[in-house]
Design a protein around this ligand. Structure first.
Ligand SMILES: C[S@@+](CC[C@H](N)C(=O)[O-])C[C@H]1O[C@@H](n2cnc3c(N)ncnc32)[C@H](O)[C@@H]1O
Length: 329
């Protein structure tokens, strides 16, 4: 094992303990905040939710359970119920603006979900020897997904031939994606063979025990250089086109079914012929991210997974199917 791997393994242990402590503290805090959210008689969250939707029309495209997320936000802002939160938003324009790009959760992870092995074997291997590969990661959050893809793709395509567009509607997430600074705990899901691309960040600012015990890691600069970040709201902004790979994972699930269908159509339109659309499985059997009628959208579903390949106009896009390896365990 190289010194770098030993260092990462050590820090993983330490940051695991820190994370457990922080999560327990947060659980207690959230519970306490939610407990304070008792509705006075006669006040309905539904009515306040309707009025908040008038202030943020995009909310109409999200699924109804988004209201739970809003209640958490209300609690965090110290409001007792959604009505109080609505009034708070009316008085604090900057909070309203912040909320508009924070309507969902934004948790992410390296190699999140089940299908990465399959995606690698069945799709990415086919990119060997190809040039100018264009990738779009839509709803990239803090960037873990972008680097997961790059770590796999560079086995087949030199970095100089890859361009990645990473978009999100939250400037805060995009800034973190640009900085690409992760804790040792975050790196847990990265297979050891890819750790050679991981670098220890220099400590900036005044030295502290916390900084020493919780170092940040990043990726090789030449990897970061191929990524462009851009603010793009999937509901309201025009979509860029001509991508060989589009990742839009754990994003569509936040929207209403009608909206999911509309966005899937737009995502497929953004693919180049033969391009792959990788949505998310997330272990849910009633997966809302599955495309209902792939044939109608001109894509082929790959082995029943949330991965689709755009057919070339007037042809069947199944020639590379034999490249898929054996099923994952
Ligand atoms: C749960 S995270 C998923 C991150 C990553 N794709 C993954 O699978 O781990 C959802 C991301 O979608 C973004 N998002 C939510 N609504 C969006 C919208 N309308 N347009 C663009 N991004 C959106 C959020 O800011 C968040 O970063």
């Amino acid at each position: 094992m190289t010194a770098q791997r030993v260092r990462i393994a050590l820090f993983r242990r330490l940051s695991g303990l820190y994370r457990l402590q922080a999560e327990t503290r947060k659980r207690f805090r959230d519970r306490r905040d939610l407990d304070r959210l008792s509705l006075p008689p006669g006040v309905s969250d539904d009515e306040s939710f309707r009025k908040i939707k008038e202030m943020i029309p995009e909310l109409n495209s999200y699924k109804a359970s988004t209201v739970r997320h809003l209640r958490e936000k209300a609690a965090a802002a110290g409001c007792r119920d959604l009505e109080e939160y609505r009034l708070f938003l009316l008085e604090h324009a900057e909070e309203l603006e912040k909320l508009k790009s924070n309507l969902t959760r934004n948790g992410t992870d390296f190699f999140r979900g089940n299908d990465w092995d399959y995606f690698n074997r069945a799709c990415l291997t086919g990119f060997g020897g190809r040039k100018d590969i264009r990738v779009w990661c839509a709803g990239c959050s803090t960037g873990e997904e972008v680097f997961s893809l790059l770590l796999l793709l560079i086995d087949y395509v030199p970095l100089g031939e890859i361009r990645v567009l990473a978009t999100d509607y939250s400037d805060e997430m995009l800034e973190k994606c640009r900085q690409a600074m992760y804790s040792a705990w975050n790196l847990n899901c990265i297979p050891g063979k890819h750790l050679k691309y991981v670098r220890l960040c220099r400590i900036s600012g005044p030295l502290s025990v916390k900084k020493l015990l919780k170092p940040k890691f990043t990726f090789a600069p030449e990897m970061k250089d191929v990524i462009t970040t851009r603010n793009l709201n999937l509901l309201t902004d025009p979509y860029p086109e001509g991508f060989d790979i589009i990742l839009c994972r754990n994003v569509l699930k936040f929207f209403s079914l009608e909206t999911i269908g509309r966005l899937q159509e737009k995502l497929v339109h953004s693919l180049a012929e033969g391009g792959f659309l990788f949505l998310s499985t997330d272990g849910n059997s009633k997966n809302v991210e599955l495309i209902r009628d792939p044939e109608a959208l001109g894509v082929e579903q790959m082995d029943g997974r949330c991965i689709y390949r755009k057919k070339a106009a007037g042809t069947d896009s199944r020639p590379d199917r034999e490249e898929a390896g054996p099923e994952e365990a």
